[in-house]
Design a protein around this ligand. Sequence first.
Ligand SMILES: NC(=O)c1ccc[n+]([C@@H]2O[C@H](COP(=O)([O-])OP(=O)(O)OC[C@H]3O[C@@H](n4cnc5c(N)ncnc54)[C@H](OP(=O)(O)O)[C@@H]3O)[C@@H](O)[C@H]2O)c1
Length: 258
Amino acid sequence: MKTILITGATQGLGRATAQTLAEDGHTLILHGRDGAKLSEVAAELRQVGAEVSTELADLSDLSEVAAMAARVTQSHPQIDVLINNAGVFKTTLTEAGGRDVRFTVNTLASALLAERLLPVIAQDGRILHLSSAAQAPVDPQALAGARKLQHMEAYAQSKLAITLWNQSFGDTHPDGPVSLAINPGSLLATRMVREGFGTSGNDLAIGVDILTRAALSEEFAEATGRYFDNDAGRLAPRYDTATADAVAAQINTLLTQV
Ligand SMILES: NC(=O)c1ccc[n+]([C@@H]2O[C@H](COP(=O)([O-])OP(=O)(O)OC[C@H]3O[C@@H](n4cnc5c(N)ncnc54)[C@H](OP(=O)(O)O)[C@@H]3O)[C@@H](O)[C@H]2O)c1
């Protein structure tokens, strides 16, 4: 049985994945930004017999992400899987930390958590970053906070940014842990899809299944740095290495300021 940290575990895909992992007997570290919701979910998962601890942090504030990583490394000598699931698409609060909140939460918080937790993530463990079929070339000016973007553009750039960062991370950490970017499937039935696209969405189990497999199955043991597109049901071709490394370098520079 594994120790698995999952962010954004209080609803949607994160909540549903946590349920499956709990029922399968894994030890969970549940992250949320709302203390009441987090306690409620933790209590529900303890009902199915899971060992559960909780971590409260607003991922739009990178100092909270860093503090959470410091607490987790103190309290857990080993984590087997980190699932960077929390994400934001349409929101009224579009700015956080001097840049678009989509970059802060979907890209920088995920990269920062992976970097800071790395000392306690098992070498044969896994890091999953939630990506998306929505991907757009990353504008360095927008990532730096110097240019504003519309909702979809910001979301799509933030998702390609973490996907490219993941590829570069894979290239620089060939001995593990295995790190993957995952599109869990498009238009799955969550709040993000209801509010963002006005549709009830597809079966959430499609996303839960791929996240569970990516977290635990041997089929991904050699896939570090890759992007798995669950709409196509396969690993996508690698991205251009120079482009990925340039985006990753900018992200890593921004993270040194946290
Ligand atoms: N649903 C899809 O079809 C789809 C497709 C591709 C990719 N994805 C990705 O899958 C992931 C999960 O999305 P979802 O569809 O389950 O959406 P969701 O229902 O809106 O859930 C998003 C989760 O992220 C958390 N979150 C958002 N902003 C946060 C912040 N500033 N600090 C801490 N937590 C924050 C939310 O916390 P609260 O519970 O407190 O609101 C919630 O738990 C996202 O990364 C999304 O981009 C989803």
